[in-house]
Design a protein around this ligand. Structure first.
Ligand code: NAD
Length: 308
């Protein structure tokens, strides 16, 4: 089988070498298209691939149409909103992600951002400590759980809300207090860190009504996706409350204007950096290659995210 690694933003050298080894050791052929600048290059190259590994690369219906031999796509990472699941499912192409492989990297960035905004983004002046404060974890998945653990280690009282976790013991076993609703979470938490996927249900779900419930000095941290934010609602809070702060790993289109207007109350990474560590790169890359070789060996679809 021909296994194509297609990455606009390339993996670290060690990660690429690791993928190649796993692929070739399993008797398959390794193809690479790194740092491509035009989607036409992907469309041409994918024509010969039986399997595809991508990062944030857009796997559109056009790409899928061109990929006549494709049987599996693996997104080396957690979010898979860059892959057209409907087109893949229509062709019975398995789509997987590599959950958990970059979670620690994202969680560490959350803590870094919490500290940065609490210290006025390192501008002169008196900041505040996060020790002894309340932290709300909105969505208790792979990243959310680590953020909760680190929050507790820093002496925070941690709340969490996740509509898909019904059993309160899932939170309580980690020393985390379950919130009954998003409203309760935002009312109790000085810091809220969001970790839900971007989908129809979550799109623009974080806005004025929730943020206005946050206690004085409320800080929102977003390492999830920009689509889940209602930017107008955030702007309204910024305007109404001079105590509100927002840190994001996924800058909105109005980022420059917000920097101008809100100064050190607003922090955005220049590019999405949550998973940008050597360790996360390597973990996700090797997991993706391993998942593909296992799929070809015995049909394992453990991390499949689409249905057909
Ligand atoms: P995960 O799949 O392990 O966890 C997602 C959690 O969201 C699940 O527990 C699920 O029950 C919960 N959820 C689903 N719908 C929800 C809703 N409507 N309200 C509240 N919770 C809901 O994913 P993860 O690995 O923890 O990653 C979380 C998100 O972070 C990803 O979807 C991705 O978009 C983003 N991410 C960003 C970076 C980055 O570089 N900044 C890196 C990795 C992941």
């Amino acid at each position: 089988m021909k296994i194509l690694l297609a990455t606009e933003k390339p993996f670290a050298k060690e990660a690429v070498e690791g993928i190649k080894k796993i692929v070739e050791d399993a008797g398959h052929e390794f193809l690479a298209l790194e740092k491509y600048t035009d989607k036409a290059q992907l469309i041409t190259k994918v024509a010969e691939a039986d399997a595809l590994i991508v990062r944030s690369d857009k796997v559109t219906s056009e790409v899928i149409d061109a990929a006549k031999n494709l049987k599996i796509v693996v997104r080396a990472g957690a979010g898979y909103d860059n892959i057209d699941l409907t087109s893949c499912s229509a062709r019975k192409i398995v789509v997987m992600n590599t959950p958990g492989q970059n979670s620690n990297a994202v969680a560490e960035l959350v803590i870094g951002m919490m500290i940065a905004v609490s210290r006025n983004c390192f501008n002169p002046g008196t900041g505040s400590e996060i020790h002894g404060k309340t932290l709300g974890v909105h969505a208790y998945g792979n990243v959310g759980r680590i953020v909760a653990r680190y929050g507790k280690a820093l002496g925070m009282t941690v709340y969490a809300y996740d509509p898909f976790i019904r059993d309160k013991k899932e939170f309580e076993k980690d020393g985390v207090i379950p919130a009954e609703s998003p409203e309760e979470l935002y009312s109790k938490s000085k810091y809220v860190s969001i970790h839900m996927p971007a989908n129809e249900q979550t799109k623009k779900s974080i806005g004025y009504s929730l943020l206005s419930l946050m206690p004085k000095g409320g800080v929102l941290i977003n390492t999830a996706r920009k689509e889940v934010i209602d930017e107008e609602g955030v702007e309204k809070i910024f305007e109404e409350r001079s105590d509100f702060k927002y840190a994001t790993d996924i800058a909105p289109s109005c980022s420059e204007a917000w920097k101008e207007k809100y100064g050190f109350r607003y922090l955005a990474t220049p590019k999405k950096m949550g998973a940008e560590t050597a360790e996360a790169n390597i973990n996700a890359a090797l997991a993706a290659a391993g998942q593909i070789t296992a799929f070809f060996k015995d049909g394992t679809t453990k991390f499949q995210v689409n249905k057909f």
